[in-house]
Write a protein that binds this ligand. Structure first.
Ligand code: HEM
Length: 106
């Protein structure tokens, strides 16, 4: 089903332990300000894993497809990632969070 932004905003509480949505505000993870549509590993002054930098260098952007793979199991998409989050098991939960992030990039 299509992503439900409002539910995605609720689910984002699990992300906000490590991620701000404010531009330039670093936590354990990089700010996710306008992350939908962005190239992976490009937030200024954040020290990414080598894997994330390499992933961004492949020419991908964060979109429905790449974010779905990332949020299914981060370490399967990016080797030795620093993101200590196991992923969302439910496809609908991922779709909801992605819809929320997308709405913030529009
Ligand atoms: C990286 C999303 C939960 C820590 C990222 C990136 C995204 C993301 C899109 C890539 C950012 C970029 O390319 O600039 C999310 C979402 C979460 C979540 C939607 C909730 C479902 C968490 C949690 C933590 C965390 C709970 C901390 C325990 C990190 C770190 C990175 C990262 C350290 C950098 C990874 C690396 O360099 O390999 N996250 N994240 N994230 N996240 Fe999360």
């Amino acid at each position: 089903a299509a992503g439900d932004q409002a539910n995605g905003q609720k689910l984002f509480k699990k992300c906000s332990a490590c991620h701000s949505l404010e531009e330039g505000k670093k936590k354990v993870g990089p700010s996710l300000y306008k992350i939908f549509g962005a190239t992976p590993g490009q937030v200024a002054k954040f020290r990414y894993s080598k894997g994330m930098t390499s992933y961004g260098a492949t020419g991908v952007v964060w979109d429905e497809e790449t974010l779905d793979a990332w949020l299914t199991k981060p370490k399967d998409l990016v080797k030795k990632t620093k993101m200590a989050f196991p992923g969302f098991k439910k496809e609908q939960d991922r779709a909801d969070v992605i819809a929320y992030l997308k709405s913030l990039s529009e």
